[in-house]
Design a protein around this ligand. Structure first.
Ligand code: S3P
Length: 189
């Protein structure tokens, strides 16, 4: 009796975390190249949560890369599809989800994410995003044709359109030298 009591105390103490119980799903949002997937994996690892990447779920569901889907069906069909995948996925209880850069800006996706979990916007400047994206934009259909200064301008214009949605996130994090430790600290409200 006494022994089981002692064991119970030890187990529960080792599990104590200072996060609110109802954290739900943690959604990482932000422009292409802001680091959602890399950071998401690290954060999930740190918290002992699962990790899911919505772009990968879309690709798995359709059996083709996003660039191929865009080329075959166009952007409007892609937006319908990614919204359906967002809302129809069976998420595990504790999970970090990285989302496609445009997803928060279509339909009621931002409301849906805020209603089902915590949203974190990883914010970076157009110049920093352009530097990161210049060499890895081939598989991103919206960016392919833009180079150099034109890429910076394109990103700045898109960010002006998108930030009203991104800024409805529960947490806005400066993406420069952002670490999983820092995000964890921001979650401990
Ligand atoms: C898009 C971002 C991409 C992908 C698609 C469209 C966008 O995801 O969903 O190419 O509109 O910003 P990442 O942000 O993961 O690159």
């Amino acid at each position: 009796m006494i022994l089981s009591f002692v064991i119970k105390i030890n187990v529960s103490e080792s599990n104590i975390k200072s996060y609110p119980d109802d954290l739900g799903i943690i959604f990482l949002i932000g422009f292409m190249g802001c680091g959602k997937t890399t950071l998401g994996r690290k954060l999930a690892n740190r918290l002992g949560y699962d990790f899911m990447d919505l772009d990968h779920l879309v690709e798995a569901r359709e059996g083709m890369a996003i660039a191929a889907y865009f080329a075959k069906h166009g952007e409007a069909a892609f937006r319908e599809l990614e919204s359906a995948v967002l809302k129809q996925t069976a998420y595990p209880e504790n999970v970090v989800v990285s989302t496609g850069g445009g997803l928060p800006c279509f339909f009621d996706n931002m409301d849906w994410m805020n209603a089902h979990g915590k949203t974190i916007y990883i914010k970076l400047s157009p110049k920093t995003l352009a530097d990161r994206l210049e060499k890895e934009k081939e598989h991103r259909p919206l960016l392919r044709e833009h180079h150099g200064e034109a890429l910076v301008t394109f990103i700045a214009d898109k960010l002006t359109e998108r930030e009203p949605f991104y800024c409805r996130a529960n947490i806005i994090a400066d993406g420069l030298s952002l670490t999983a430790e820092k995000v964890e600290a921001l979650l401990q409200v």
